[in-house]
Design a protein around this ligand. Structure first.
Ligand SMILES: CC(C)(COP(=O)(O)OP(=O)(O)OC[C@H]1O[C@@H](n2cnc3c(N)ncnc32)[C@H](O)[C@@H]1OP(=O)(O)O)[C@@H](O)C(=O)NCCC(=O)NCCS
Length: 293
């Protein structure tokens, strides 16, 4: 494919990039992408075939050395002909030159092309399956928070010390959570915990346990009109439910709530779904792919 080239995108490329997502780009998508480009002009790339834009992606660095690929898209007429794979290789080289040590992207579980493209020789592996429920019923929160003693953590070190002893800790370390934006996620790392525990924004870490033994921790943050539980780590189902409920009861009545889980046990997943069921509950599932460069 001699005529295939890649380059950094500029603002004039936005309508063409937006056009890759739909046949006739609605004004709204162009406007949204233009706003995003204006706010974050760095890291946009395009793939061109015979001078025509056929693919785009933005590589963002929410933290130094930590890169997320997003808005990755090859135009419908070009998909399946090798452009995406070559583009992914080009992107790896670009972000490596910018100091990336970790590259991630998230996708739906059924996206076989992304799995095929990023797995195998490209070395991306599944880091987490991530389930998110939103618009959960808030009513049960008061009752469930009584299942265990519930308190707000005031020291990140205590939470980390408990976490390190948990089975599967490494797995959850590689998983994602999002303070105000999914890309800022890392895991329960020290800075994220401190940011949430001591930060000025509404949010924190709710602990649940009995007789001084910690059983679960729920990290949450409020942004706009939504309280999100960014990550829930639980050694017991009752502890997990109580910690989630302790965070959810912090929501104001006008705020929507959501819970995001990476790698939780099936039992806890079911219990959460049952406990917070309501007419507007929505469930999404994602995979997070990542690799160390
Ligand atoms: C996913 C996407 C970026 C891949 O780009 P593409 O140009 O279609 O992919 P390629 O033709 O380079 O194929 C990539 C790999 O998937 C494999 N593949 C292609 N079609 C496949 C299919 N239907 N089933 C299984 N594997 C497939 C190819 O063998 C190739 O592997 P290789 O690189 O080791 O040879 C593109 O299809 C796309 O934009 N899809 C819609 C949007 C999307 O899903 N974006 C990603 C969000 S994270």
């Amino acid at each position: 494919m001699d005529e295939l080239t890649f380059r950094q995108a500029d603002r004039a490329d936005v309508p063409k990039m937006a056009g890759l997502f739909t046949k006739r780009p609605p004004k709204e998508r162009v406007a949204r992408m233009t706003r995003r480009f204006g706010r974050e002009p760095d890291g946009w790339y395009v793939a061109e075939l015979k001078g025509e834009i056929v693919g785009c992606c933005q590589a963002v660095f929410p933290r130094p050395k930590d890169c997320w690929l997003q808005w990755m898209r090859i135009g419908p007429n070009t998909q399946g002909s090798g452009v995406g794979g070559a583009f992914a290789d080009y992107l790896d080289r670009q972000v490596l030159a910018k100091g990336a040590e970790v590259v991630r992207l998230n996708t739906l579980p059924g996206n076989v092309r992304v799995h095929a493209m990023m797995g195998g020789v490209r070395g991306y592996t599944e880091w987490a399956r991530w389930t998110r429920w939103n618009r959960l019923a808030q009513k049960p929160a008061l009752g469930l928070a009584r299942l265990r003693q519930v308190a707000h953590a005031d020291d990140a070190e205590d939470v980390l010390a408990w976490l390190e002893g948990q089975v599967g800790y490494q797995a959850s370390f590689a998983a994602v959570t999002c303070p105000d934006d999914f890309r800022k996620t890392v895991s329960l790392d020290r800075s994220l915990l401190q940011e949430l525990i001591r930060g000025k924004k509404r949010g924190g870490c709710v602990l649940a346990g009995a007789d001084g033994d910690m059983e679960a921790a729920a990290l949450y943050a409020v942004q706009g009109q939504e309280l999100r539980i960014l990550q829930l780590v639980a050694a017991t189902t009752a502890g997990g439910l109580a910690a989630a409920a302790g965070a959810i009861r912090e929501a104001k009545p006008v705020e929507r709530v959501s819970i995001q889980l990476a790698g939780a046990s099936t039992e806890l997943m079911r219990a959460i779904q049952r406990s917070f069921a309501g007419p507007h509950l929505k469930k999404h599932e994602f995979y997070v792919f990542g690799k160390r460069l």
